[in-house]
Design a protein around this ligand. Structure first.
Ligand code: FES
Ligand code: FES
Length: 159
């Protein structure tokens, strides 16, 4: 079967019940998506499916043919000179020095991307509500809150 991931088609084994998380990591080498709990609680495995933040540990590949999947590897865009331009959310997480161990960060950033695509001007409560869906065992929540607000500014500046 074929999966469209980060605007590229991948041929993957047709194992309909296999969770997307393990196809990404084991078949395709897209290891930026992390395994945390495996039961849909922690959010470390979050990817975007048609723009919606989704737990890849609970999503079987059977439902995904023809859908647009984005992982952390697909957030930055390649410039004509071959350099990478970070997504505003990545840029903001860097500027605010959010990561500690980094294990939760792809899930955090993709959750933030989904939020900003749905709501480009979230208020503090919107950010708190959405970002509390992903656990950070290092407790970087205050920096995450600041970074999402910074991403809003960066994005507005680019508009
Ligand atoms: S690994 Fe998927 S929610 Fe924790
Ligand atoms: S930075 Fe370590 S779990 Fe979030």
């Amino acid at each position: 079967m074929q999966l469209m991931i980060n605007d590229r088609n991948y041929e993957v084994p047709a194992e309909p019940e296999r969770p997307l998380l393990w196809v990404l990591r084991d078949e395709l080498g897209l290891t930026g998506t992390k395994f945390g709990c495996g039961v849909g609680v922690c959010g470390s495995c979050t990817v975007l499916i048609d723009g919606v933040a989704t737990r890849s540990c609970l999503t079987s590949v059977s439902a995904l043919e023809g859908r647009r999947i984005r992982t952390i590897e697909g957030l930055a865009v390649e410039e004509p000179d071959g350099s990478l331009k970070l997504h505003p959310v990545q840029q903001a997480f860097l500027e605010e020095q959010v990561p500690q161990c980094s294990y939760c960060m792809s899930g955090q950033m993709l959750t933030a991307v989904a939020l900003l695509e749905k709501n480009p001007r979230p208020d503090d409560q919107d950010i708190l509500d959405e970002m509390s869906r992903v656990y950070c065992r290092c407790g970087t929540y205050n920096r995450i809150q600041r970074a999402v607000k910074r991403a809003v500014e960066i994005q507005a500046g680019q508009a």
